[in-house]
Design a protein around this ligand. Structure first.
Ligand code: ME8
Length: 501
């Protein structure tokens, strides 16, 4: 059985979960669910990044110990997962002892392999990024390009990682594996950074205690990114009691991340793995940013923030999942607004899918007492569905989640047109056309089932409700064929996407 390992970034616990976190979690969940439907052995990881200066500073400001703040906020991220219907197989916290031990083990190997040295570092540091900035990215007035806050001049004795010695290896990696970083523009961005010349980077902090102790120099803790990136590897070793999953799932197939953390994942991370003699992930997919309705970065002070919980409370989590992947092309940046959620909900979920489901079930009830006629489906529709599953799978293999959804949605629209074209209510008036009506009803029932199975990763609860009403709960893609003849009898279905004011 092929395995599929997919991850989200681990989220900082110095702030509350927001739409950006919900977004990456949802898209990763869509991929995980689709691969499970293919019958693959899937592991989906998410979690929280708890060490480092931002958390230590936030805790200090609140007058609590860092661990206390981390516990409190990690709980909020853990609670977020079921609200998003995220089907993660584990939730890692970098304060887990097993994670810390494994980080020490891996980085001790990096040290023994000769990729570290002690040196003096001086540079412009952003406490929010927990990162030193290089001269050419610093904004006017010494400000952080991401947070726009003033940077601080820092000097300290650190352990360094010899990133510069991986220059050739990284260039070779990019030449050999043009899909290591996706989409293409992000690959180009990462490669340009590598080609501009890599400098060694600090891998420890001497002044901080909130972190993973450097085993060969206990006065230092690892710089948070070294500890954080390794979560993808360490989690597998202890996610299941007494069962180390590393062999089964490493290396990861996809790390899904936002563009703000591109450099860490596309440059530092592969170099670190090389230094530790570990296999590299297959793909890093870098998505864009959700923006406010005004096309600007979402920010509380601009009042343009779309709150995931408000959307879930009003329209349900499926509406949020659908909207985020339908309205914003996955990979690119995109504006978001509550009005756009409502438009997608009413125009597509309610009027297209909801309507197709309710009229299909109602007609089978009215004309055939709820029993689906056991006849062959319409060959014209069968042909139009023939390539659907492989087409959707091929798109998801490239993380093209928006075109994959469009591919399915075209069939939803096609089926609504089919109802109009065939006009079953006319056929029902003419006894001589009973066989035609049988065929139309059979085609609709089975095709509706197929699109619903395919939509399950995007709309898990609605799809499950609808499949239950069709008496066919099988989610496997191997059965997502029109000739499978799974739907035999239909049951009443409450509106899937009720209208709200
Ligand atoms: O960076 N649009 O954590 P973080 C889309 N702990 N996605 C967004 C977004 C937006 N406006 N805002 C945030 C960290 N995200 C580190 C990661 S990984 C080893 C360590 C998403 O809490 C996006 O996935 O700041 C982004 O990369 C991530 O949240 C950053 O989360």
């Amino acid at each position: 059985m092929p395995s599929f390992y997919v991850t989200t970034p681990i989220y900082y616990v110095n702030a509350a979960p927001h739409m950006g976190h919900a977004y990456t979690t949802i898209v990763t969940d869509v991929m995980a669910r689709h691969h499970r439907q293919r019958g693959e052995d899937v592991f989906f990881l998410t979690g929280t990044d708890e060490h480092g200066e931002p958390v230590a500073d936030a805790a200090k400001a609140q007058g609590v110990e860092p661990k206390e703040l981390a516990d409190r906020n990690a709980e909020r991220f853990q609670a977020l997962m079921p609200r998003l219907e995220a089907s993660n197989d584990f939730f890692i916290r970098t304060s887990d002892d097993a994670h810390k031990r494994r980080v020490q083990e891996v980085l001790a190997r990096v040290h023994e392999n000769g990729h570290t040295y002690k040196g003096l570092y001086e540079g412009w540091y952003c406490p929010r990024c927990a990162d030193f900035k290089v001269e050419n990215e610093i904004l006017e007035g010494n400000r952080c390009p991401i947070h726009e806050i003033e940077l601080v001049r820092e000097q300290e004795e650190n352990w360094f990682f010899r990133l510069s010695s991986f220059q050739d290896d990284l260039e070779r990696l990019y030449a050999d594996r043009p899909d290591f970083v996706m989409p293409r523009e992000r690959y180009n961005e990462a490669l340009a950074f590598i080609r501009s010349g890599l400098q060694d980077i600090p891998m420890s902090r001497g002044r901080l205690t909130w972190g993973v102790e450097v085993p060969w120099d206990p006065d230092h803790v690892f710089y948070v990114w070294f500890d954080a990136l390794l979560n993808y590897y360490t989690a597998l070793s202890y996610a299941r009691d007494g069962d180390d999953l590393t062999e089964r799932f490493w290396p990861a197939n996809f790390h899904i991340i936002g563009k703000d953390i591109l450099r860490f994942h596309t440059v530092f991370w592969p170099a670190m793995l090389m230094a530790a003699d570990l296999p590299l992930p297959e793909h890093v997919f870098v998505h864009g940013f959700l923006l406010g309705a005004d096309g600007r970065k979402m920010s509380k002070s601009l009042g343009n923030v779309l709150d995931p919980f408000e959307v879930i409370d009003r329209w349900g989590v499926d509406a949020l999942r659908f909207y985020l992947l339908r309205d914003v092309t996955f990979g690119a940046d995109g504006a978001t607004s509550i009005d756009a959620v409502q438009t997608r909900y009413e125009g597509e979920l309610a009027n297209e899918l909801g309507n197709l489901a309710s009229r299909t079930i109602a007609m089978i009830g009215r004309y055939r007492d709820g029993v689906v006629p056991a006849v062959d489906p319409d060959p014209a529709v069968v042909a139009e569905f023939e390539e659907l599953v492989p087409a959707v799978s091929a798109l998801i293999d490239r993380a093209d989640l928006t075109p994959a959804l469009e591919e399915i949605w075209r069939r939803v629209r096609r089926l609504n047109r089919y109802v109009e074209e065939q006009a079953p209510w006319q056929l029902a008036k003419d006894e001589a056309r009973a066989a035609d009506l049988d065929c139309v009803l059979r085609t609709l029932a089975e095709a509706l089932r197929v699109v619903t199975v395919l939509l399950w990763p995007w709309l898990p609860s609605s799809a499950e409700r609808l499949l239950a009403a069709l008496g066919a709960e099988e989610l496997s893609l191997a059965e997502a064929r029109l000739d499978a003849g799974r739907v035999r009898e239909v049951a009443k279905l409450e509106p899937l996407f009720p209208k709200h004011s």
